[in-house]
Ligand binder design. Structure first.
Ligand code: SOE
Length: 365
């Protein structure tokens, strides 16, 4: 059976997911067949060019007439457009992959998770970093008990594209459209890894800052208010007693996409950075320091699909892995991890961190 696919959105993540669908037949021949049927967007000329480049048969300017006419709906649109199309698709038992964060508000995320609970269709949220070899290896090390009991998680996600105050306003800088800034755009990834690798979070503290409070409007000579955080820090108290510190910034000079995590256990520790994506620094019990492991080894769940051990993989390969797992689940009406419940759990943390910041106190999750 060939899965008929629609994408809502065709820019950065549209290209990333279309690339994944194009790679699957060659590297994952056991993946379900897909047909890139319709690309949905507002700007008809940009849409036509993108459909041609990304390999879609048709285009549409409204998701409403499409959503019940395909098998799989990818919502790659800005955060404020995540809920209605996903709920409509799920109500028609159409499988959905939604980009992160799940939504721009907690209430929309709750609506999406409720719709997912009411259908056998697969509902996935695109926390792509879980599907990198280094993160899969970190998960294996934690679950093996080799690090002992986890006591601390540290996560940073740093970019610098908004450091310049003349960098233009966009939907990502508007709370009504994005929900939050670095917190939801970048922090959502790190908070998902915290839950994936350590445990659920019991309570959080939070601190956010908007350093540049207005930016040039690309569609006028005016400026528009920035109503989201440029950067945030948060403390996490995990339900298993571990401690967490997480931060993200989009005004960190020289950091282009520097996502990094550390775990401290009773018997060992590990460190990882997206700037060295195929390496994991592991400190084992009794060792004097950290050993550098190359993770594209035979025990990686996907490396044998690509190249011999040691031929390193990149950011785009994680999205191919993510699509492989999602489409396999969709083809058999199975659940996918991370699902909309995982997306809602992260949305609750985003909301709690914003409340903790506003109220100057720890907030229970
Ligand atoms: C922009 O900050 C962005 O594209 C995020 O939205 C993605 O989730 C991240 O993986 C790369 O940076």
């Amino acid at each position: 059976m060939t899965l008929r696919v629609a994408f809502l959105g065709y820019r950065f993540m549209g290209t990333a997911h279309a690339n994944a669908l194009a790679r699957l037949p060659m590297f994952f021949p056991d993946a379900p067949d897909t047909h890139r049927q319709v690309l949905i967007g507002r700007d008809e000329s940009a849409l036509a060019e993108a459909a041609d480049r990304l390999g879609f048969a048709e285009t549409a300017t409204s998701w409403r007439e499409i959503v019940d006419d395909v098998d799989v709906f990818y919502n790659l649109a800005p955060n404020y457009l995540h809920a209605d199309p996903a709920v409509a698709a799920l109500e028609n038992d159409v499988h959905v992959l939604s980009e992160k964060p799940l939504a721009h508000t907690l209430s929309d995320a709750e609506r999406m998770a409720a719709a997912a609970a009411d259908t056998d269709a697969t509902a996935a949220v695109a926390f792509n970093y879980r599907f990198l070899p280094a993160v899969a290896r970190a998960k294996t090390l934690v679950e093996s008990g080799e690090l002992g009991e986890i006591r601390a998680f540290r996560g940073q996600y740093l970019q610098d594209w908004l450091t310049d105050p003349t960098a233009p306003w966009s939907w990502r800088t508007d709370a009504d459209l994005a929900g939050s800034g670095a917190l939801g755009d970048l922090g959502a990834h790190t908070l998902d890894l915290a839950r994936f690798l350590v445990a659920d979070v019991a309570r959080v503290s939070g601190h956010t800052r908007t350093f540049v409070d207005e930016r040039p409007d690309p569609e006028s000579d005016e400026t528009r208010a920035v109503t989201v955080d440029d950067a945030f820090t948060a403390q996490l108290a995990f339900e298993n007693g571990a401690m967490g510190t997480v931060e993200a910034s989009r005004v960190a000079p020289g950091r282009k996409n520097d996502h990094r995590i550390e775990l401290d256990g009773t018997d060992g520790a590990l460190r990882w950075s997206l700037e060295r994506p195929n390496e994991l620094l592991v400190r084992r019990s009794g060792a004097r320091g950290f050993e550098r492991e190359l993770v594209t080894e035979a025990d990686d769940p996907y490396v044998d699909r690509w190249w011999p051990p040691g031929h390193v993989l990149g950011w785009e390969h994680a999205i191919v892995h993510e699509n492989y797992e999602f489409l396999r689940a969709a083809a058999t009406d199975e659940s996918h991890d991370p699902d909309f419940q995982a997306g809602l759990a992260v949305q609750r943390l985003l909301d709690a961190i914003l409340r903790a910041d506003a109220e100057g106190r720890w907030v229970e999750c």
